[in-house]
Design a protein around this ligand. Structure first.
Ligand code: PEP
Length: 257
């Protein structure tokens, strides 16, 4: 693994498979991917559908790929139809979990309050959380990007301590760039991520804020990864579409910054 974007931060690149890949398809993709990501420039994670976690964890054992989920319930267990608990995820082999992805916010009513509840649960159970924030196109055009991400961080991280942030990764994902082929320019991504780091430093102190890893997400691909990863505050990526193609994802995790 190469050095981090700063000596204190190891880059981390996570694939978000979304609602793609049956167990059979997972086997095919991972068998192709595993040899290709050896010698990656970052820690590598694949966040797979719940039903794929167990098989993905088996296949990636003794490799440099860790497995994650895409959501976690805020309760331990009980009458929460359709939810999945942290213990269930851990038993299946997940080490990471995405929380508050914009698709969860857009289609399933996720709010900063539910993000906060899920985050507390994930951390109390020892999962590493990838917490997503980002503005919509309307918000960007309205000039309120910073206001929006600041509110998402303040709400999502309510009552979280600086010590707990060791198991947190923030993913800055402008909603208008997700799955659209439109990427924020490296400068815009860097500027907003530097702003987010400032908010985190204010909230958790300079040391913890400096150590927190912040990913960029939104049509990151094999062509634009090097420029994005060369930015001083960008510590990795959350990758949707391109994580479903082994060669593309492998090139991304082997970025040259
Ligand atoms: C995502 O789903 O978090 C994402 C960034 O998707 P894509 O890379 O396809 O834009």
């Amino acid at each position: 693994m190469s050095t981090a974007s700063t000596p204190t931060r190891t880059p981390v690149i996570a694939g978000n498979w979304k609602m793609n890949n049956t167990v059979k398809e997972t086997e095919t993709l991972l068998k192709e991917l595993i040899p290709l990501v050896e010698g990656a420039s970052a820690a590598v994670v694949v966040c797979v559908p719940f039903t794929d976690i167990k098989r993905a964890a088996q296949l990636t054992k003794r490799t440099n790929i860790a497995v994650g989920a895409q959501n976690v319930a805020w309760a331990d267990k009980g009458a929460f139809t359709g939810e999945i608990s942290a213990d269930m995820l851990k038993e299946a082999g997940a080490k990471y979990v995405i929380i508050g992805h914009s698709e969860r916010r857009q289609y399933f009513g996720e709010t900063d309050v539910t993000v906060n509840k899920r985050l507390k649960q994930a951390l109390s159970k020892g999962l590493t959380a990838i917490v997503c924030v980002g503005e919509t196109l309307l918000e960007r055009e309205g000039g309120i990007t910073e206001q929006v991400v600041k509110a998402q961080i303040e709400g999502g991280f309510k009552d979280i301590t600086a010590a707990q942030t060791k198991k947190v990764i923030v993913a800055y994902e402008p909603v208008w760039a997700i799955g659209t082929g439109k990427t924020a320019s490296a400068k815009d991504a860097q500027d907003t991520i530097a702003f987010i780091r400032g908010v985190l430093k204010k909230r958790f102190g300079a040391v913890s804020g400096e150590k927190l890893r912040i990913q960029y997400g939104g049509s990151m691909n094999a062509q634009n990864v090097d420029e994005l990863m060369a930015q001083p505050d960008i510590d990795g990526g959350l990758i949707g579409g391109a994580s479903l193609k082994a060669a593309d994802f492998a090139r991304i995790v082997k970025f040259k910054a």
